[in-house]
Design a protein around this ligand. Structure first.
Ligand code: NAP
Length: 248
């Protein structure tokens, strides 16, 4: 395991597009065994097949991260297939920005359910294995928006700040089990995230910002790879990165 990635079993939620998909491709090319979860079964099955045809090892399980039993099934399925789990990448998320005064309560609930509860369910599914193995690595996805707040982004920023807080609490608690904890906060990265915005005017403005600013999704995959590839006694706890041209 010269790169500390080869042979590792990595569970990725939200692997059907964007950052999760790019990370699955990147880590598979570096020799990791990837366990793909998302609701769009066709996408993750196709990706698993593609990675396998390139010589990788990949398996896909249809997963809705708002359902704790489905996240457990994803991790259990990975362990059954590959014998262990080394990394839990809690990546699934959505960003339906809108001003609070528009009262998009369904959007608020979905954002909280996926971005906060989904991460907690990922922790619940992998932690028993990590404790038993006395090794493991949680990588949770926050955002620059977890550090900064702008009008229209209150609920999303609140969920991403929660991911930072949960990650630091987790980091402190799992010391006895030799578990590493990383939270990654990306700036604008190319993906389908803007499609989760349900207000047309907000979506249009955000799409223009992304078209002008966003960097390729492999930038995120390289951050995951960097954190994973450190020696086991080095725990990269926080990474914040942006496109060079992004001001906020
Ligand atoms: N792109 C950026 O600029 C950026 C910046 C900062 C942070 N992030 C964070 O990066 C993460 C990945 O987002 P992305 O940018 O790659 O956007 P994306 O292309 O829209 O990908 C989001 C992923 O989350 C999955 N997902 C959504 N709801 C889900 C659910 N209920 N259960 C399971 N999976 C679900 C989607 O899969 P299905 O729809 O198939 O379920 C998809 O694979 C998110 O946490 C996002 O907040 C992104």
């Amino acid at each position: 395991m010269s790169n500390n990635i080869e042979g590792k079993v990595v569970v990725i939620t939200g692997a059907s597009s964007g950052l999760g998909e790019a990370t699955a491709r990147h880590l598979s090319a570096e020799g990791a065994k990837v366990v793909l979860g998302a609701r769009r079964a066709d996408r993750i099955q196709k990706l698993a097949g593609e990675l396998a045809s390139n010589g990788g090892q990949a398996i896909a399980f249809t997963t809705d991260v708002t359902q704790a039993d489905q996240v457990k099934r994803l991790v259990d399925g990975g362990v059954k297939a590959f014998g262990r789990v080394d990394v839990m990448l809690n990546n699934a998320g959505l960003m339906p920005h809108s001003p609070l005064e528009r009262l998009k309560i369904d959007d608020w609930n979905r954002t909280i359910d996926v971005n906060i509860k989904g991460v907690l369910y990922g922790i619940a599914a992998a932690l028993p294995y990590f404790k038993e193995q006395k090794s493991g690595h949680f990588i949770n996805v926050s955002s620059v928006a977890g550090h900064k707040i702008r009008p229209g982004g209150a609920v999303y920023s609140a969920t991403k700040t929660a991911v930072i807080i949960l990650s630091e609490g987790l980091r402190q608690e799992v010391k006895p089990y030799n578990i590493r904890t990383t939270v990654i906060s990306p700036g604008a990265v190319e993906s389908e995230l803007v499609d989760s915005i349900t207000e047309p005017d907000v979506k249009k403005g955000m799409q223009e910002f992304y078209d002008a600013t966003a960097i390729p999704a492999d930038s995120f995959a390289r951050m995951v790879s960097f954190a994973m590839s450190q020696p086991d006694n080095v725990d990269i706890n926080e990474i914040l990165f942006r496109p060079t041209k992004q001001d906020l």
